[in-house]
Design a protein around this ligand. Structure first.
Ligand code: ZN
Length: 420
């Protein structure tokens, strides 16, 4: 009898223990869930909200993981917590605005973030914090234009400019690279071998920042008076130095003073680049004048000539770079510019701009694949740019770039500059 009672009690005790254990487990699970909810809504969300645009909080990282390639549809995010003073008390559905910008509240208490969303027939883009974007936005390497009201303009094409800097590297180049890095802008540097020897660390940094390594000969001689082999040697020597210090040779070339013909271009072993806008910075030595020569005078496809060995030029560039970006321009390397326009660069061929009219001509040449004289086709291109672009300043310099600069007194001036 006693044993049976005892066994019965034991069984009851065991059941009680099991129930208590399950209850404790259930309580723990509920507690963990509550803590998680508290962390996400109470801590992460207000931080993301307060930091505002451009933040990289943990919430953003979580959201970013969900992002796929291309402009995906915006995700619905839970509404910001009551701790976020800017959003507290907002219960109306639709567009909202706070100190960080405009955002959109849905009826289910969520807001759009991290993608495109069609609202009332127009498409908008919301950043990781749910704020509507305007202007040019780069999403997965592609540029999208949103007007002042945030409405996507699918047909807008981002204008591009290639800033090029000759005769360096020099003592001011690093400061210029700092600026390019800050604004995620790219430029092309046509360097002299003798200067690379003086500043051997700089080409590597250029490459790391996505800038293009250009070859401007070793010692800046007038190439038209040199033999084919002497020209080749000038370019090989500089390429060897770039290979040694930056890990790869130049991908593009420019001849000193723009003094070139078909044979010279061929001897460089590279696609040769002239320019369409000559700032004449080496002659003016005036940052304001350099700035004025560029701002308001560039158009899509422009190749701008400057010299990073001069302090006023770099000073001007520090202002030109953010201002061109503000105007909607994307600052790219000359090769990126060619690629964006669908042009395959050829060794020994000369390029001075990638305006629409020029690109048309270059594509026609690619199609016919004639062995026509490079110089003839170049002058034809510049004329074409004149008539259609209507950009007097840049077209004029484009015309003069090959002949005038080379023949005129500017030759000796630049010579003294570059040997400094
Ligand atoms: Zn030069």
């Amino acid at each position: 009898m006693d044993k049976r009672i005892l066994r019965e009690r034991m069984r009851q005790k065991k059941r009680q223990l099991f129930i208590r254990k399950m209850m404790r487990l259930g309580f723990c699970v509920v507690a963990v869930v509550l803590v998680l909810v508290f962390l996400v809504r109470g801590v992460f969300m207000p931080i993301a909200g307060k930091i505002g645009k451009g933040s990289s909080s943990k919430t953003v990282e979580v959201q970013a993981q969900a992002q796929e390639s291309g402009p995906q549809e915006a995700l619905r995010q839970p509404i910001r917590s009551q701790n976020d003073s800017g959003k507290a008390g907002v219960h109306t559905v639709g567009w909202q605005e706070d100190e960080n910008g405009k955002w959109y509240q849905n009826a289910d208490g969520t807001y759009y973030a991290n993608g495109m969303k069609e609202i009332d027939g127009s498409t908008y883009y919301f950043d990781e914090n749910g704020y509507m974007q305007t202007g040019w936005v780069t999403i997965d390497g592609q540029d999208y234009k949103f007007d002042d009201n945030g409405v996507w303009e699918p047909d807008a094409r981002r204008p591009m400019v290639a800033l090029t800097f000759d005769d360096g590297p020099g003592e001011y180049t690093d400061e210029l690279l700092d600026c390019l890095e800050k604004y995620d802008a790219k430029a092309t540097f046509f360097m002299l071998g003798q200067c690379i020897e003086e500043y051997p660390e700089i080409p590597k940094r250029m490459k790391e920042l996505g800038c293009e390594l250009g070859n401007h000969s070793y010692s800046h001689p007038e190439l038209t008076s040199l033999s084919y082999d002497e020209i080749s040697e000038q370019y090989e020597k500089t390429n060897d130095l770039l290979e040694k210090y930056a890990g790869s040779p130049a991908t593009v070339g420019r001849t000193p003073y723009g003094a070139q013909d078909e044979t010279v271009c061929e001897a460089t072993g590279l696609p040769c680049f002239m320019w369409s806008l000559d700032t004449q910075d080496w002659a003016k030595m005036d940052a304001d004048a350099d700035y004025d020569a560029v701002i308001g005078h560039v158009s899509d496809g422009e190749i701008v000539l400057m010299h990073d060995i001069h302090q006023p030029s770099v000073e001007a560039a520090l202002r030109i770079i953010p201002d061109l970006i503000d105007q909607g321009y994307k600052l790219v390397t000359v090769s990126e510019l060619a690629e964006a326009k669908g042009i395959t660069l050829e060794v020994g061929k000369s390029y001075s701009d990638f305006w629409d009219s020029t690109v048309e001509q270059l594509k026609a040449e690619e199609d016919t694949d004639t062995d026509s004289d490079n110089l003839d086709s170049d002058s034809g291109l510049s004329d074409e740019g004149d008539s259609s672009d209507g950009d007097d300043e840049s077209s004029d310099t484009a015309d003069s770039s090959e002949s005038d600069d080379y023949d005129s007194s500017s030759l000796s001036d630049e010579d003294t500059d570059s040997t400094e």
